[in-house]
Design a protein around this ligand. Structure first.
Ligand SMILES: *Cc1c(COP(=O)(O)O)cnc(C)c1O
Length: 381
């Protein structure tokens, strides 16, 4: 029996991150949102390529301190920061703390005063944006994230003692294509500059990953040109972006073995070891996770007819669906499936204790080379 294994392709991650970096104007600070995948090997691989790391919990601060000692976190964000969280961010000398509400700003100011260190802040703003060209309205709706523009303005005009407000942070949506992300960035910068007079803007993450097309990539070059135009229009602007998914998604694969193949009322099912308690992404996002099949040498169990198949895991719930495919080809017992795009919001968001199945293993390397090796192993229960 082949145990499910996550494979991180760190060379692929480095190459991808370098390509993203190269597509952006040099002045743009590329941060990595740690919450997408906080695996130590991922952080170590990205460390020499990105300008910094965006953290959103004390756990992420600790992880960064352990994995990359001496590397100051670039940002600390997230709703519901406790006094202990804010104090930890101050103690870690986080470059910018992203503040979510006026009350949080006042608590932060008091803590900073007590500790005798200034709190360097970006105000997270929930801006109503009418994105030209995308016929899309975003932000400006009731939300736990960020402040209304009027509150942000009041905070910027009269910041509490202990606080230095440097500018604006906005992370309004995810799944943005490059033209939309560029339009959002432009609108946020325009608001920050004209209304707040701010010289610093972090326009967030949310660049899209197309789970239906594993080979597709966000148009970083096009986005880079939009950001270059912004820098030209706003000389002296300090501009940050903080993608997570679009950096890490491609470097992870989840490999597992088919345990059973059956037909139920005319439809084919393949039941694999593991499931959405290891790879929650398809359940969380509501998409079929793309996969490739490595046929098992010597496998002689039942096999699908090559038509549509639903791939499920070992959980006793009908929600444990990893994928559906119309064109995967025949899938037989013992085959090794390689689920792609499992490098972001994958293992780390999974409900790993549900049913108390064994956790997956973790390896680094080329997932298809490893899958071929596994598929060559003698077949047996
Ligand atoms: C989650 C998050 C990100 C990263 O989002 P991606 O969709 O992974 O790019 C960036 N900024 C903030 C504030 C977030 O909450």
């Amino acid at each position: 029996m082949i145990r499910p294994v996550y494979v991180h392709d760190l060379d692929g991650l480095a190459a991808h991150a370098h390509a993203v970096r190269a597509a952006l104007p040099r002045a743009v600070e590329l941060l990595y949102a740690v919450k997408a995948n906080p695996d130590p090997s991922v952080l170590r691989t990205l460390a020499p390529i990105v300008a910094g790391f965006e953290t959103a919990s004390r756990g992420e601060l600790r992880r960064l301190a352990e994995v990359l000692p001496g590397r100051t976190p670039a940002a600390y964000a997230g709703p519901g920061k406790t006094d202990a969280d804010l104090s930890a961010a101050l103690a870690a000398r986080v470059d910018r703390i992203h503040v979510e509400s006026p009350a949080e700003l006042h608590r932060l100011g008091a803590l900073a005063d007590d500790l005798g260190v200034p709190a360097r802040v970006l105000l997270r703003v929930n801006l109503p944006l009418d994105v030209p060209g995308a016929s899309l309205v975003m932000g400006g709706q009731p939300s736990p994230f960020g402040m209304d523009p009027s509150d942000a303005l009041a905070c910027a005009r009269q910041p509490p003692a202990g606080v230095e407000v440097y500018g604006v942070h906005a992370h309004l949506a995810s799944g943005l294509d490059a033209p939309t992300a560029g339009a959002v960035a432009a609108a946020v910068v325009r608001w920050a500059a004209t209304v707040l007079g701010a010289r610093e803007v972090d326009v967030g993450g949310g660049m899209t990953v197309d789970y239906a097309d594993p080979a597709a990539r966000f148009d970083w070059a096009g986005y880079g040109r939009e950001l270059a135009d912004l820098l030209t229009a706003h000389p002296g602007l300090r501009l940050r972006i903080e993608p997570g998914r679009s950096i890490a998604a491609y470097c992870g694969s989840y490999l597992t073995e088919v345990i059973d193949v059956k037909r139920s009322y005319g439809e084919w099912f393949a039941v694999v070891a593991g499931g959405t308690h290891h790879l929650r992404t398809p359940a969380a996002k509501g998409h079929p996770q793309p996969f490739a099949v490595h046929r098992r040498h010597g496998g002689d169990g039942p096999c699908t007819d090559g038509g549509p198949v639903t791939v499920v895991g070992q959980l006793c719930t009908p929600k444990d669906v990893l994928s559906r495919s119309a064109d995967a080809g025949p899938i037989g017992v013992g085959d090794v499936l390689v689920f792609a795009l499992a490098g972001a919001y994958a293992w780390n968001i999974s409900h790993r204790d549900f049913l108390l199945h064994d956790p997956p293993e973790f390896r680094t390397g080329d997932p298809h080379r490893i899958a071929a090796e596994l598929a060559a192993r003698p077949f047996g229960r």
